[in-house]
Ligand binder design. Structure first.
Ligand code: ZN
Ligand code: ZN
Length: 349
């Protein structure tokens, strides 16, 4: 075991504060990583404050991790000391069920083991995330990070990137398609960049004309302001695919009207109840509403390689670890473009 410094929250209503704990020494298949940067996901805030129930304390959040390998176990073949490495939302799964066998560990029938706010499968010890100096993870759940990218801006790809990449790939988004990204935040801004790089014509669908302008800067071809009834009417039946990143329950009926025959809308943000969906909005036009959760490990690697090739990273604002509580407050006000990333050097100092 070895000691690491971290930031943790002891209870739902307490701020994050300095904390230290012990991590296991790398086993034969483990990789020990010195963390450089950790993105701040909206789910960090929700889990730290127990918004979804069942949170485990003390909690060290963080599942958008980029670092360098410092040691590997004797059976590790994928990594050696000095390699760049990334860790996302999962650190383990049963590895035997149908989804695991298919490389879709995020849908593991036994539930995947979260990078934090979860328990290790064998020891039942709490898992602690990336607001810490180092982490030890089995090589299957570690991905290679392309050397050519800006590392601090790579961190959010490990959650926001894969969450948007996976449905775009699964529904085969590409050239000749009209794709709408609903909502411009951490997820939405990645959706714009990735769908554009896949060759689609991309429209940002947002309530705010000002955010729309920013979406054009990010690469969107068009903006549709969802509060503009005339514009919404004009866009009826236009889209092959909608990626809905709105983080709370809402009325999806107006968006369904935007889909063409056989169009699909995929939800990646809202975990809570949606307003009632009118059957007629699905039946007329054979439309689909679906959901999608992060992505498997192989697909996460594919996403990072794709981003390396197309030079795609997240738009970020760097913070020191002692600014994390203020960052959470700003996230509640949507005051970030589009992801905070913690410089873990500030934790080691
Ligand atoms: Zn996340
Ligand atoms: Zn499984």
């Amino acid at each position: 075991m070895f000691k690491v410094k971290a930031y943790a929250t002891p209870a739902p209503d307490a701020p994050l504060a300095p904390f230290s704990f012990e991590r296991r020494d790398p086993g034969p298949h483990d990789v020990r990583i010195d963390i450089l940067y950790c993105g701040v996901c909206h789910s960090d805030l929700h889990q730290a404050r127990d918004d979804w129930g069942g949170s485990l304390y003390p909690m060290v959040p963080g599942h958008e991790i980029v670092g360098r390998v410092v040691a590997v176990g004797e059976h590790v073949t994928k990594f050696k000391a000095g390699d760049l490495a990334g860790i996302g939302c999962m650190v383990d799964s049963c590895r035997r069920c149908e989804p695991c066998e298919a490389g879709e560990e995020q849908y593991c029938c036994e539930g995947f083991t979260g990078t934090y706010n979860s328990r290790e499968r064998e020891t039942k010890n709490l898992t602690f995330g990336g607001y810490s100096e180092q982490i030890v993870v089995e090589q299957r759940f570690v991905v290679k990070v392309p050397e050519n990218l800006d590392l601090k801006a790579v961190a959010p790809l490990l959650c926001a990137g894969i969450t948007t990449y996976s449905p775009l790939r699964h529904w085969k988004v590409g050239k000749g398609q009209n794709v709408g990204i609903v909502g411009l935040g951490g997820l939405g801004h990645m959706g714009v960049k990735l769908a554009k790089a896949m060759g689609a014509r991309v429209t940002m669908i947002t309530t705010s004309p000002e955010k729309g302008k920013d979406a054009l800067r990010l690469g969107a071809d068009e903006v549709l302001v969802s509060r503009d009834d005339e514009a919404m009417k004009k866009a009826r039946g236009k889209f092959d695919f909608l990626l809905n990143t709105i983080p709370v329950g809402h009325d999806i009926n107006p968006y369904l009207a935007l889909l063409k025959l056989d169009g699909a809308m995929v939800l990646v943000g809202a975990l809570t109840a949606l307003d009632p969906v009118q059957g007629v909005n699905l039946i007329f036009g054979r439309k689909t509403v679906a959901g999608s959760l992060i992505g498997g490990m192989a697909e996460t690697q594919e996403m990072l390689d794709f981003c390396g090739e197309h030079n795609i990273v997240s738009d970020i604002e760097m913070i020191r670890i002692d600014e994390i509580n203020a960052a959470y407050e700003r996230m509640l006000k949507n005051d970030v473009r589009y992801r905070f990333v913690i410089d873990i050097a500030s934790l080691k100092a």
